[in-house]
Design a protein around this ligand. Structure first.
Ligand code: PGA
Ligand code: ZN
Length: 433
């Protein structure tokens, strides 16, 4: 290791994300001349308990979405607190930022400001150590490539389609490597485009690169995906399965779930659970994320009891990558997996801790992008570093989505025979198809 690797400056820029909204890019400079940058993602269907994304709320700039205050916090107060620290001391740097912020949800300095610094620090440390980022992040020696879950039909808050549910993902469970999984996914995505085109439906894409057609029902989305899997020459369930993210917080008023767009209408907790049950019987579904609203713990608990042995139940808005809330979720048996989004919690150290808590409890983990992204591929390295087992980064379409998948193809090639790739769903009973 070079003798000195201390932080000498922090700079930030207000850049734009994939939706054209402002976000932060942070650059760390060290006394040995090394610099490293990272950019921060941003969600649309955010959980109420996520780390606070600091926005200026100045209506004269970006309709209030500017991040100049967060930028000033990076260059001012955070810089003042961590300049001089050893860049390889990630947990210490993250702790100093958490303590300086002194709120439970990073509301004062901003989760976006803190995460940008935390990610840039990790990247600078990997340069200092002359290691790939995935090695620096968790010191792993078991190189597990994640199963990609590709969001090919977009609804909910991510598109103006007729779909109530936010994400319909394809999961190449039968693929033998990450690169092969991407080929399965890309071929199915192309077949889906052809099917839509042939049926006179729109092939324009939503925020995460999936198609956003107007279909007659939510079920029609699953049917269409099964047709596309077959049209691409794959066996539904055996080669390629389906994962859903209804993002049900967006459908809930706290009492009922309103599936208005598709014309399904209002469902209560039991009605929605029964709908998932019918779908699990009818389609090769291996995972449902946020099937219930973030305040509806009972919905999650009921689903885990009745469907958790057949499919993966993932908490996203429910658990918000927060070690404390994940522990609660484990204690209450409210899911059997967690979505892992660094900007929900706000530091790299806490993100890694969240994964470790899940794995210690036998839970699955799916590392995730946000609907607002940049070409920063940090989460690709993170997924390998923590052995997450799964990643979702949208469709195999749009540069900011492919940046992560392509980085994983690179990592797999670089690791050669050391890379492992397995189907994380094999230990659960196969759904009937
Ligand atoms: P978001 O959605 O990034 O728009 O919050 C992603 C998700 O709900 O998984
Ligand atoms: Zn989600």
């Amino acid at each position: 290791m070079p003798a000195s690797s201390h932080i000498t400056s922090l700079r930030a820029l207000e850049i734009l994300d994939s939706r054209g909204y402002p976000t932060l890019s942070v650059t760390v400079t060290l006394d040995n001349g090394i610099t490293a940058s990272a950019s921060v993602p941003s969600g649309a269907s955010t959980g109420a308990h996520e780390a606070v994304e600091l926005r200026d709320n100045n209506p004269d700039r970006f309709a209030g979405k500017g991040v100049r205050q967060a930028l000033q916090n990076v260059e001012g107060e955070i810089g003042g607190a961590i300049i001089g620290m050893d860049v390889c001391a990630q947990p210490d740097i993250d702790r100093v930022m958490i303590e300086r912020d002194a709120t439970p949800n990073k509301a004062r300095l901003g989760g976006n400001a803190i995460l940008g610094v935390s990610m840039a620090v990790a990247r600078a440390a990997s340069s200092v150590l002359a290691q790939p980022l995935y090695e620096t992040l968790a010191g792993t020696t078991d190189y597990l490539l994640p199963m990609p879950c590709m969001n090919v039909l977009n609804g909910g808050k991510h598109a103006d389609s007729s779909l109530d549910f936010q994400e319909f993902m394809i999961v190449p469970v039968g693929a033998s490597s990450f690169a092969e999984a991407m080929r399965y996914g890309a071929e199915t995505y192309a077949a889906l485009r052809d099917l839509l085109h042939g049926r006179g439906l729109k092939t324009a894409v939503g925020d995460e690169g999936g198609f956003a057609p107007n279909l007659k029902s939510n079920e029609a989305a699953c049917e269409l995906i099964v047709d596309a899997i077959e049209a691409a020459g794959y066996r539904p369930g055996t080669d390629i399965a389906i994962a859903l993210d209804p993002a049900a917080s967006s459908l809930s008023d706290g009492e009922q779930y309103d599936l208005a767009r598709s014309g399904t209408g209002l469902l209560d907790r039991a009605g929605l659970l029964a709908l998932y049950g019918r779908w699990i019987d009818a389609y090769p579904i291996v995972s449902i994320e946020d099937g219930f609203g973030e305040e509806d713990w009972q919905g999650f608990i009921d689903q885990t009891v009745s469907q958790g042995s057949r499919i993966q139940i993932v908490g996203d808005d429910l658990l918000v990558t927060n070690p404390r809330i994940i522990r609660e979720g484990i204690a209450r048996k409210a899911a059997n997996a967690a979505l892992i989004k660094p900007n929900q919690i706000g530091t790299v150290t806490e993100t890694i801790e969240a994964v470790r808590i899940c794995h210690a409890a036998g839970w699955g983990t799916m590392v995730s992008h946000r609907s607002g992204e940049t070409t920063d591929a940090f989460i690709a390295d993170l997924a390998v570093a923590v052995g997450a087992g799964q990643i979702k980064s949208g469709a195999p379409c749009r540069g900011e989505r492919l940046a992560k998948y392509n980085r994983l193809i690179e990592i797999e090639a670089e690791l050669g025979a050391k890379a492992r790739f397995t189907n994380p769903f094999v230990s659960r009973p196969k759904p009937r198809t």
